[in-house]
Design a protein around this ligand. Structure first.
Ligand SMILES: Cc1ncc(COP(=O)(O)O)c(C=O)c1O
Length: 327
């Protein structure tokens, strides 16, 4: 039988590049900054969800399912990538997206439609609250449904980031490089849970710096609680014996105060800084916010002299939806 980490449906191009940011590093004497390009995974403009979906889609196929249901905001990168993955695997895709039918489809929403997903608008509910109702309806129509939770964040999805640590470690060995801190955007928790397990499983000496993007609770749970729950869902399947606590899942808060999807000066500054120094485009909701957090840590010297990695998790199509805020 295949090892749990090898049971994937191939969707992306891996390993993603690991690059030095030379011009930004030159500006800060104490820090050398690298970037991991998961915006280059290739799946319908790329992004971190490709890694999760390789496991989730394989699991759906293993269970003989023909229909995928998932949920998110209208500009969800996860939903856009799920739609693309379903197209590749020949599965029917239903997306439950917050808000009402807009006058015009734009950014990720436009791509989700182009990629063939059936879209249901769910008003205030953007985190999968209505999945059960749709699932019952589709079952009555004879479909075999597979539910991918909000953000693709469960143990199965998190495996993508356990494996990503293995990928990063081998890149670091070949470059003879140590990374002291890894900054990334954390929102539905799957990436953080996967990285947390991955650094223990593959013994990578580094500190995770998850920047909180969305301060609202999901099903009345805070994000650190969700990360811990995802880890505990299946860590034994990976042979991890460690007992994790809430403090192992702590997030960096304070950059999320404006609220989810509200794009302000911080995000704009981060996007412009990386674009103008290195020619790399961030997104306004996730990576723009997380990169700003990293720049602020550097500016305020909140961490000691070090090698830093920013994990670029994609989201570029949202720039077009947020064009008015980014002028
Ligand atoms: C571009 C981007 N970065 C980061 C994240 C956060 O990943 P996670 O939901 O696993 O916390 C998301 C989630 O939607 C995303 O779309």
């Amino acid at each position: 039988m295949k090892h749990i980490l090898d049971n994937t449906f191939k969707l992306g191009f891996f390993p993603t590049p690991l690059q030095l940011l030379p011009r930004l590093s030159k500006k800060s004497a104490d820090y050398t900054i690298y970037i991991k390009r998961d915006d280059q995974t290739g799946l319908a403009t790329g992004g971190n969800k490709t890694r999760k979906l390789e496991y989730l889609i394989q699991n759906a196929l293993d269970h003989g399912c023909d229909t995928i249901i998932t949920a998110g905001a209208q500009q969800s990168n996860h939903c856009r990538q799920t739609a693309a993955a379903c197209a590749m695997a020949g599965l029917e895709c239903h997306l439950l997206l917050g808000g009402e039918l807009p006058k015009q489809f734009d950014g990720n929403l436009l791509l989700s439609k182009t990629l063939g997903a059936t879209i249901h608008f769910t008003g205030q509910n953007r985190k999968g609250e209505d999945i059960g109702i749709l699932k019952s309806k589709l079952i009555a129509e004879g479909k075999k449904c597979y539910i991918i939770p909000y953000g693709g964040s469960n143990f199965m999805g998190a495996l993508g980031f356990v494996n990503a640590v293995k990928e990063l470690k081998s890149q670091l060995i070949s470059k003879n490089l140590n990374i002291d801190y890894i900054f990334f955007a954390s929102s539905s928790g799957g990436m953080q849970a996967g990285l947390t397990m991955g650094i223990d499983l593959f013994e990578l000496q580094t500190t995770l710096m998850p920047i909180s993007i969305d301060k609202t609770f999901t099903k009345e749970k805070s994000l650190d609680t969700i990360v811990l729950k995802i880890i505990n869902e299946g860590k034994e399947n990976l042979g991890i014996k460690k007992t994790y606590q809430l403090k192992d899942c702590a997030l960096i808060e304070g950059y999320d105060t404006k609220g989810y999807g509200i794009v302000g000066e911080n995000e704009k500054t981060a996007i412009n800084t990386l674009a103008k120094h290195e020619g790399i485009v961030l997104d306004p909701v996730y990576t723009g916010r997380a990169f700003y957090g990293m720049l602020d840590y550097i500016k305020q010297k909140k961490i000691s002299k070090s090698n830093i990695l920013f994990w670029h998790t994609g989201g570029v199509p949202a720039n077009f939806y947020y064009a008015p805020e980014l002028q």
